[in-house]
Design a binder for this molecule. Structure first.
Ligand code: ZN
Length: 247
């Protein structure tokens, strides 16, 4: 099975559309979209993004911003600017899309794969930012391959099957990583709608579960289009500006 793996769209329609166009332009086929949560938050097009996602064969996990919008998380745990957009989203989301968000699962085991937004241990909240946190999460999960989002940084953590050591690698775009059957992995495709690794281009990956090939990609999108819509909704300037820096 070939999966288009995306995460953290964050109501950025231009970025999501650019990813879907890029997949086509590269003649990369896929059977299903695996979306690792945070479809909404930060951006101003929550309904447009959910509507587009729902036209595709897909599964989608719950992220912390999705949970906040549906009222399952305390907004006081959010940064002011993020909380502002959560409340704006609550006012603008359609009842159907609110129901869609409410129905998102926190974790989804899928054969050898575990899909969560944040981490196996804390599927909504924990940031897997280094090998120590990754190692602790390898210890609490049994699946060989765990796919996560949440940090908005594309990364591959590997637990070597022979040595048991955990190391990290930053994958290069378009260079496939071959997932070995005797090792375990925690992999993040990066963020579609708000990258934070210093590269403002939208991030995604194609996973071939048959061959074990994980191929990360980056694609430019019209950042100014997204920023214009956010400005017209009077969103905090920090959220608007950060998109062009990828921070
Ligand atoms: Zn996010």
């Amino acid at each position: 099975m070939r999966c288009l793996v995306i995460s953290d769209i964050h109501s950025n329609l231009a970025a999501l559309q650019a990813v879907l166009d890029d997949v086509q332009n590269r003649s990369q086929s896929y059977d299903i979209v695996w979306c690792l949560g945070d479809v909404v938050g930060y951006g101003a097009e929550p309904n447009e993004c959910i509507d587009l996602l729902r036209t595709l064969p897909h599964i989608c996990l719950a992220g912390n911003h999705d949970w906040a919008v549906v009222g399952k998380l305390d907004l006081r745990t959010f940064h002011d600017t993020a909380a502002y957009v959560v409340e704006w989203t609550q006012e603008h989301i359609t009842p159907q899309n609110m129901n869609y968000l409410k129905a998102r699962p926190e974790r989804l085991p899928h054969g050898d794969y575990l899909l969560v937004h944040a981490s196996p241990r804390e599927p909504i909240w924990e940031y897997i930012t280094d090998v120590n946190v990754a190692e602790e999460n390898f210890d609490v999960s049994s699946e060989s391959f765990c796919l996560v989002g949440h940090t908005h940084v594309p990364v591959v953590f590997v637990k070597d099957g022979r040595t048991g050591n955990v190391h990290v690698s930053l994958p290069s775009a378009t260079v496939p990583v071959t997932l070995k059957r005797d090792s375990r992995y925690i992999i993040n495709p990066g963020s579609v709608g708000q990258p934070r690794d210093g590269d403002p281009r939208a991030a995604y990956a194609i996973l071939d579960t048959g061959s074990g090939a994980w191929t990360p990609f980056r694609v430019e999108y019209p950042v100014k289009t997204t920023q214009k819509i956010m400005k017209s909704c009077h969103f905090p300037p920090r959220l608007v500006d950060r998109l062009e820096y990828g921070r």
